[in-house]
Design a protein around this ligand. Structure first.
Ligand code: BGC
Length: 746
């Protein structure tokens, strides 16, 4: 429906609202509609120093807090923290006059090779959806708009503007869409950004099924859909499909006007898109714009997020934390300790307000008894430097403990390119070997935005702390953890495989000839490894602490039909304060797998002082049990048994209890092609078969058949029994279908 305020605009003015004026602003209309300002996103505000036709849209940006990218924020599993980071982003946006932040990014990490995994939250849609929703509600709590991206199935950078993600419907519904669905339904983002790629052959920017059918009609999205930057190929088709705003502008508004004049595009489609731009303006106009933000407080928040997202992969002999007050010599080795890698490359790159280094922070936190010395060990461009390595090894030989800062070079992880391997640079691994040979206590601290393999080298490290990309305060966050002011509490939101070729998409990624076939289906990450019981280096959900936790008292309360509340007690059994990410999985044990062995359906992060306990609480609904039925074209809960599992990782289940569901009890309509088994399982169908066919040879033959034959016959569509001399005629079958439909209608 066209509102008066849209009708008051000419067609050309309406069309102008559906594209940007510059790379970062929408088009103003006279003094009736102001321009809105959009800015990347997702982990800091990237506000270019200028805007306008002459300014490259990758121009340097004004200083803003560089929070840890999504890989690290996701690994915190802390929705409250994600909300606070979202609110902080909004404060900075408001001070810059920005109306919409282009984030969060919630695409699934289908392959660890995706060059943009550092900008995404998880291989799992439940984590991505919950953490993404928390960022959105945080941003929008100040009236600034969030933009959930990239909708949809944008899981690689190779050929990203053309490639077709060829994915089956069930995989789409169960793996690639649920994070978006949850965020749209629960957090009500003001905007969504479509992706560059095609989905099953159709560009996302003109995919009516996704932009209108799924997003608006099914999920009730009432905001604005904008294009990714340059994702539109056909303005008219995109607008007709449900894309409201093309960014950045391509000077094609006249195409819209002409299409309407020639009857190729409904005038109402333009008016609807224009109305959505106005609605966005109404929403963001409610934001209060601050003059400035508290840079110190935001830096501290960035530090907390970096600290909470680091994952302690191993810690043999309790090597970490190091005591900052005992006499010891610590060799700090690796250029990353002095020149941190703290974010990835591309549109999300933020100019930080300041930058902490681990080297400075370790010195600041070490007591007078500690002797610290630094050697770079390697160059960041990867060129082997024997003298540099020898200096570092000599330093390690003199030390009680070596802290070795390893990681991927800056160029390895960037928007627009995928990686081709999961390895750390060879020069760094050679250095680790030599350091380990002279120093028995080696802690490796990793800087990387997506997983690296550890299986080939981790025996040389006593401890491994995966610090991801820590944002601008990552250096001090590391000192907080290494010296034990805080215990690590991050957990993996993506599995670490033993080898690249173990990854389920390996045979398909990144595709060829414009197609990436999602042949692994919904078996991505732990859904693959756990279903097939394959070894991994570290499983999904893994992460150690300096303390230990005990799980007891699993309790399930049925609160309704297909509704339960699950509770479990977690106790800090160690001697330090810590936080535990408690995970809930639902497991379906099937003789022949039709779904992943188990799937995450809940998580809670509990902070506990030594000796203290708390209850983790989760709610389960029918949707948590459901699978997407392609036959039904909707969600379906099958009747049967399943298991609630509560644990510390996907491979460390501590408590479990069996449950049973009657299913959703929705009966699918019976047709001539419904199988005999489906007819018999259907109360009306079974009754009708007895009434109509009991006197025929059909019934006697079935009654005389052995169990195996009956099992086979159960799979045969009813109509097929007409050919076997069993007395069943096509008229019988038609009459049965009609009678079934009639009784179901009543
Ligand atoms: C990226 C988006 C980003 C946009 C604007 C695109 O290349 O895919 O994530 O928001 O540029 O910088």
């Amino acid at each position: 429906m066209t509102s008066d305020r849209v009708s008051a605009l000419s067609l050309a003015e309406q069309a102008s609202l559906t594209s940007g004026a510059t790379a970062w602003t929408t088009t103003p209309v006279r003094d009736a509609v102001r321009a809105l300002t959009l800015s990347d996103g997702p982990h800091g505000i990237r506000r270019p120093a200028g805007d306008g036709p002459g300014v490259s849209f990758l121009a340097a940006s004004l200083p803003a807090t560089c929070f840890p990218p999504a890989v690290t924020l996701g690994s915190t599993w802390d929705t409250g923290l994600a909300h606070r980071v979202g609110a902080a982003l909004a404060r900075e946006a408001s001070a810059f006059g920005v109306d919409v932040i282009l984030g969060p990014g919630v695409n699934i990490k289908r392959s660890p090779l995706c060059g943009r995994n550092f900008e995404y939250l998880s291989e799992d849609p439940h984590v991505s959806g919950r953490m993404g929703a928390a960022v959105v509600t945080g941003i929008q709590s100040l009236g600034i708009g969030a933009c959930v991206k990239h909708f949809a199935v944008n899981n690689q950078e190779t050929d990203r503007m053309r490639v077709s993600a060829d994915v089956d419907e069930r995989t789409l519904r169960e793996l690639y869409l649920p994070a978006f669905e949850h965020i749209v339904r629960e957090a009500r983002p003001y905007t969504v950004m479509c992706s560059y790629n095609r989905v099953n052959g159709v560009h996302a920017s003109r995919h009516r099924g996704l932009l209108t059918g799924v997003l608006r009609e099914e999920w009730g999205f009432d905001g604005l859909v904008m294009s990714d930057w340059g994702a539109v190929n056909d303005r008219v088709a995109a607008l007709a499909a449900g894309l409201d705003l093309e960014m950045p502008p391509t000077g094609t508004d006249q195409e819209i006007v002409t299409a309407v004049e020639e009857g190729r595009l409904a005038a109402s489609a333009v008016a609807t898109a224009a109305e959505r731009v106005l609605r966005l303006r109404d929403r963001v106009d409610r934001a209060e714009h601050l003059a400035a933000w508290d840079a110190d407080a935001h830096h501290e928040l960035a530090r907390e997020a970096a600290r909470s997202g680091a994952v302690l992969l191993k810690n043999d002999d309790g090597l970490l934390p190091l005591d900052p007050h005992s006499r010891q010599r610590i060799a700090v080795i690796g250029e990353f300790a002095r020149t941190p890698r703290y974010q990835g490359h591309g549109s999300s790159r933020v100019t930080p307000t300041r930058l902490d280094t681990a080297w400075d922070a370790l010195r600041a936190q070490a007591g007078p008894e500690v002797t610290l010395a630094f050697a770079p060990g390697f160059t960041l461009d990867g060129t082997p430097d024997a003298a540099m390595a020898a200096e570092a090894v000599a330093l390690a030989a003199e030390a009680d403990t070596a802290l070795l800062f390893l990681g991927l070079p800056d160029s390895a992880e960037t928007e627009g390119l995928d990686r081709t391997d999961l390895d750390l640079p060879a020069a760094q691994l050679a250095l680790l070997r030599h350091v380990a040979a002279v120093c028995p206590r080696v802690a490796v601290v990793l800087a990387n935005g997506s997983v690296v393999t550890v299986a080939d080298w981790q025996h040389d490290a006593t401890a491994v702390l995966e610090a991801w990309l820590g944002g601008q305060a990552g250096g001090s966050a590391l000192a907080d953890l290494l010296f034990g002011a805080h215990s690590p509490s991050g957990k993996l939101t993506e599995s670490i495989p033993l080898r690249l070729r173990d990854t389920p998409s390996h045979l398909h990624f990144p595709g060829q000839d414009g197609h990436s076939v999602y042949g692994e289906g919904r078996y991505v990450g732990y859904r693959h490894y756990d279903t097939l019981d394959l070894p991994v280096a570290y499983p999904f959900g893994h992460g150690l602490s300096y303390t230990t936790f005990r799980y007891d008292d699993l309790d399930v309360e049925q609160t309704g039909e297909n509704a339960w509340t699950v509770r479990a007690t977690v106790t800090n059994t160690g001697s330090r304060a810590g936080a535990e990410v408690v995970q809930l999985y639902l497991a379906f044990d099937e003789p022949r797998p039709t779904r992943p062995r188990h799937e995450l359906r809940g998580f809670a992060k509990l902070r506990l002082e030594p000796g203290r306990s708390d209850r983790a609480e989760f709610r389960l609904t029918g949707r948590d049990l459901a699978r997407w039925s392609t036959a039904r074209g909707g969600w379906r809960v099958d009747p049967g048994a399943f298991t609630v599992e509560v644990g510390a990782s996907s491979r460390d289940i501590r408590l479990r209890t069996p449950l049973w569901t009657p299913g959703d009890e929705i009966l699918d309509p019976l047709t001539e092609m419904s199988s005999l088994g489906e007819w018999l399982a259907h109360p009306t169908g079974a009754a009708l078969l007895t009434e109509h066919l009991a006197s025929l040879p059909f019934a006697t033959t079935l009654a005389d058949s052995d169990a195996r034959l009956l099992e086979a016959a159960a799979q045969v569509p009813l109509r097929k029994f007409t050919g076997f001399g069993l007395g069943v005629t096509p008229d019988h079958v038609r009459a049965l279908v009609a009678a079934a439909a009639e009784r179901e209608d009543r």
